[in-house]
Design a protein around this ligand. Structure first.
Ligand code: AMP
Length: 475
């Protein structure tokens, strides 16, 4: 029977106000539209606020960022000091930028500050953050270690360490870097450890880092967030682009985050969509940080209807109300499927995840279905010509690509040889490689040389020491 008093008490217990958080944080939470805590927040925030270490199994989209930020921010507010006291370690730049953004939103009504520290951008502003002593740093391990080699980078007053997406750190080979980072921070601290899965090496790392932790939501198999409708479109490899275009043309996909297996395929697909007048962009490991941020911001603002991405870039992409994720290629690992699909239907919104599967990918798809313990429905698009000739082949066959590279290299070598012969073949002046020469007759300049005169002031090594004058070339 419905008991109005009991449900009223229950609702109050489920509210953010039940945690005893600082009123400035509650105000931001309200402004962000978070009406009630997600399950991971309900379980994590109380023990973390009591100062306990945590080990939490939480997938992207569960609200885990606020689950670790809120208790730490609350503690920082209760004992203000002008030094860096919290560090979040994350695997990717995108995730670091996202956490920094979430922190900024949650700290609107507080004096708390944070900075993101990751590679691909200048060290200067990050050095400033160290010197200024921001309250919280969000960092990728490699760039953080670069800073630790400098005298200004000290985190000896650190009180809170958060490790986010630890399993992805393992995948990306960051575990040794994490252990190196640990040598630079105090052992007396509170540690919050988050991972979507807990493979063996992650368990071992957690054991070394945590003291008597509270274990939360320790499921071995994670599942995509609720609210996501998943469907599979069987289609031949060559017709995947046509199918995507058709879904876009028919308005069955409003905007979409589209995952491909490789950077090459991401590039080719984005180019193809652009040629067909769809606003599309791409995000993958070969793109510079400004390019990645522009792509993400453009997708969030609606400038781009399609964002084509590879898995490395998938973590940390947080776009509100994303209606569709398309697995253009079936991911080889079920965890990648869960993370990709977790991009939509975040924090209880609804979304659709479509997976294009060719005959060759059926095996990988079945492995995913076993992992999520669910058979995904197969659907066909009515009136789509499944026997059509592909309008454009997405991938140039591997052998053809290699042949094209070889032909281009041979051409470059021939050009370099002809150029050397035109210069009259002075001794030592005709290197067989096409590297730019430093002699006064050459037009190229070595990187970092500044002046280009061997032996002159410009020939000294740059700060990085990467350039040495090539004395062999001097007559
Ligand atoms: P995360 O798992 O931390 O990447 O969070 C996923 C998304 O859920 C982000 O867009 C958050 O802003 C949002 N979010 C976090 N907590 C809540 C909440 N309690 N209610 C609604 N949305 C939330």
């Amino acid at each position: 029977m419905h008991d109005p008093l009991r449900s009223c008490v229950f609702r109050k217990l489920l509210a953010f106000t039940s945690f005893g958080l600082d009123s400035a944080l509650l105000k931001s939470i309200q402004e962000l539209g978070f009406t009630r805590p997600t399950p991971i927040q309900l379980e994590s925030i109380p023990p973390a606020m009591q100062g306990r270490d945590l080990i939490a199994c939480a997938q992207t989209g569960s609200g885990k960022t606020a689950a670790f930020l809120l208790p730490v921010m609350n503690a920082l507010l209760s004992r203000p000091r002008r030094t860096t006291r919290a560090l979040v370690l994350t695997p990717t730049r995108e995730l670091a930028a996202q956490i920094h953004e979430d922190f900024t939103a949650l700290s609107t009504h507080t004096p708390l500050t944070s900075a993101a520290v990751y590679g691909g951008v200048g060290m200067g502003p990050q050095e400033h953050a160290f010197r200024a002593g921001v309250d919280l740093l969000v960092a990728t391990p490699g760039r953080l270690l670069d800073h630790f080699s400098k005298p200004y980078a000290k985190l000896d007053q650190l009180e809170f360490l958060i490790l986010d997406e630890a399993d992805r750190m393992l995948d990306m080979g960051f575990l040794p870097d994490i252990r190196r980072v640990l040598r630079h921070i105090p052992t007396k601290r509170q540690t919050l450890f988050f991972s979507a899965t807990m493979p063996g090496p992650i368990g071992a790392l957690a054991k070394d880092m945590l003291k008597n932790p509270v274990a939360i939501n320790q499921e071995r198999v994670s599942k995509p967030a609720v609210g996501i409708t998943q469907a599979v479109y069987p289609v031949s490899q060559n017709l995947k682009s046509n199918l995507l275009v058709e879904l876009l043309n028919r308005g069955l996909l409003q905007e979409a985050l589209v995952f491909t297996r490789t950077k090459h395929r991401a590039n080719r697909l984005a180019d193809q969509l652009l040629r067909q007048n769809f606003s599309a962009t791409r995000i993958h490991g070969n793109r510079s940080q400004p390019q990645r941020l522009e792509a993400l911001a453009g997708f969030k603002s609606g400038k781009y209807r399609v964002l084509v991405a590879t898995d490395i870039a998938a973590r940390g992409i947080d776009v509100e109300d994303l209606s569709h994720v398309v697995n253009f290629d079936v991911p080889a690992a079920s965890e990648d499927y869960i993370h990709r699909v977790g991009r939509t239907g975040r924090a209880e919104a609804t979304g659709e995840a479509f997976t294009f599967v060719s005959k060759e990918e059926e095996g990988d798809l079945r492995a995913i279905e076993r992992a999520i313990n669910k058979t995904l429905p197969r659907v066909t698009l009515p009136d789509f010509d499944y026997n059509a000739r592909p309008s454009e082949v997405l991938e140039v066959p591997h052998a053809e690509r290699i042949a094209a590279i070889r032909a281009r290299k041979a051409e470059e070598r021939a050009r370099a040889k002809a150029k050397a012969e035109r210069r009259g073949g002075a001794p030592g002046a005709a290197p067989s490689s096409s590297r730019p020469r430093t002699s006064s007759g050459g037009s190229g300049r070595p990187a970092g040389s500044g002046g280009g005169r061997p032996g002159g002031p410009g020939a000294r090594p740059s700060a990085g020491g990467s350039f040495r004058p090539n004395t062999r070339r001097r007559p």
